[in-house]
Design a protein around this ligand. Structure first.
Ligand code: PMP
Length: 436
């Protein structure tokens, strides 16, 4: 090949090109006031074009499960890409077939599980919705307020955050209150939230439903953990109305919560359908629907073909991710390091009155900012100010939640105890500068 195409790495030129050539839909969602260009990543760290190092507490929106450019994952993908970059599912290829077997083996025992690979989480959500409606013969679905399930029009229709909902999406979705133990409408309880599911089925559906979608820990909604008894209680009520329980593990999966590989295991519930993406490929585009075999089987009536589904290069990366999680005890690290970080965040809460709540488990943590601890009025301004100051401290976080008042921490799961010191100290300095 001749010389590679030139790339202008300057921040100003990149911003100008984006501004001119990206559609508004692709350029609006940016975190910082000033543009930021990353040039390199290694494990839990990122470097910008000026060479400044950051601890990545966002993991590229929770995609980087085992570390940026993890050498074993990159090698697996590169080896496959060199041999045969793509092979559609019309033809047979062993890599995705192996990966399907390996993923199925991580699911609860006592069921036969089947896998359909997609390219993204929203595609997988879409497919899960089609499967649930086809299997049950019912149209109505339930979803939770403050849920985020993706940008495709079907995934938007089950997303309970107005800023991500556009005109024209399909309907037949009834929303129920999220069991937010800090500021939920029924407070720190479980039963009233479950009662609302029954009421919604009775009032806002035909009485027979296709299912409910639940993130085991709401991610973009601001790290809202499903309290003990909620997931199993929701499954029971929805199944009584003929529906399926669909677990969205796009953010909470792959050991991130520390105690379990899958967030739903926390409650002992066995889902009918599990949706995976993001961390599954450690940055390679990949998603998957894992379903009970009987549910997968109903799709045999018609074709459902994703051109890039079961992509061998992405699936080679996915296999390596599972291997790394096992070999490098990633889940155990998420549990141990997450517990220490949580304590440090609680300590910060003692010293900064803007922090209303600290929550989460494993490496899925958040602090929520309030104007007043009693009224719990969300404080988006302080959140944004601390977030900007964290950039100077070499920390990348995420402004999350329906009020943009939550700083979410979902780093690559190789975060170390030394990093925790830097995170806690950097956050402390950022809060001091904003004077809270
Ligand atoms: N479900 C959850 C819980 C998510 O967080 C996301 C992405 N933020 C999606 C689904 C959609 O995934 P994707 O962006 O890969 O389409």
């Amino acid at each position: 090949m001749d010389k590679p195409l030139p790339t202008d790495w300057s921040t100003a030129a990149t911003a100008e090109r984006r501004n001119t050539f990206y559609a508004a839909s692709q350029k609006k969602f940016v975190p910082f006031k000033e543009p930021m260009v990353f040039r390199k990543g290694a494990m839990q760290y990122l470097w910008d074009v000026e060479g400044k190092r950051y601890i990545d507490l966002l993991a590229m929106n929770v995609c980087i499960s085992v570390g940026h450019s993890h050498p074993k994952v990159v090698k697996a993908a590169m080896d496959q890409a060199q041999d045969l970059t793509h092979c559609t599912t019309m033809f047979y290829h062993p890599v995705p077939a192996h990966f399907a077997e390996e993923l199925a083996a991580t699911m609860p025992k006592g069921q036969e599980w089947v896998v359909h690979f997609t390219n993204s989480g929203s595609e997988a959500i879409d497919l899960a919705m089609v499967m649930a409606r086809t299997f049950t013969g019912h149209l109505d679905l339930l979803a939770l307020r403050t849920a985020y399930h993706g940008p495709t029009s079907a995934a938007q229709s089950v997303t309970g955050i107005a800023a991500f909902r556009h005109p024209g999406m399909p309907g037949n979705v009834a929303f129920v209150a999220e069991p937010n133990q800090y500021r939920g409408v029924y407070g720190a309880t479980v039963d009233p939230y479950l009662d609302e599911i029954e009421q919604a089925i009775a009032a806002a559906t035909t009485g027979r439903v296709a299912g409910i979608l639940v993130e085991s820990v709401q991610g973009y909604g601001g790290i809202i953990e499903m309290p003990k008894g909620y997931m199993s209680g929701a499954a029971e009520r929805v199944r009584a109305a003929g529906g399926l329980y669909i677990a969205d593990e796009v953010q909470s999966g792959f050991g991130r919560t520390g105690d379990h590989m899958w967030g739903f295991e926390q409650d002992g519930v066995v889902p009918d359908i599990v949706v995976l993406a993001k961390g599954i490929g450690n940055g390679f585009p990949l998603g998957a629907v894992v379903a009970r075999k009987a549910i997968g089987d109903v799709m045999a009536e018609k074709f459902m073909f994703h051109t890039y589904g079961a992509h061998p290069t992405s699936c080679a990366a996915g296999r390596a991710v599972l291997q790394v999680i096992r070999e490098e005890r990633t889940q155990q690290n998420a549990k141990a390091v997450g517990a220490v970080l949580l304590e440090r965040l609680k300590d910060l809460q003692q010293r900064h009155k803007a922090i209303g709540d600290v929550r989460g488990r494993g490496l899925m943590l958040a602090i929520e900012m309030v104007k007043d601890r009693k009224s719990k009025e969300p404080d988006a301004e302080t959140t944004a100010a601390v977030f900007e100051k964290c950039r100077d401290q070499g920390l990348i976080l995420s402004k999350s939640g329906p009020n943009r008042s939550v700083l979410r921490m979902v780093p690559p799961m190789c975060l170390s105890l030394e990093d925790v010191d830097q995170v806690a100290e950097g956050l402390d300095r950022a809060f001091n500068e904003v004077a809270t």
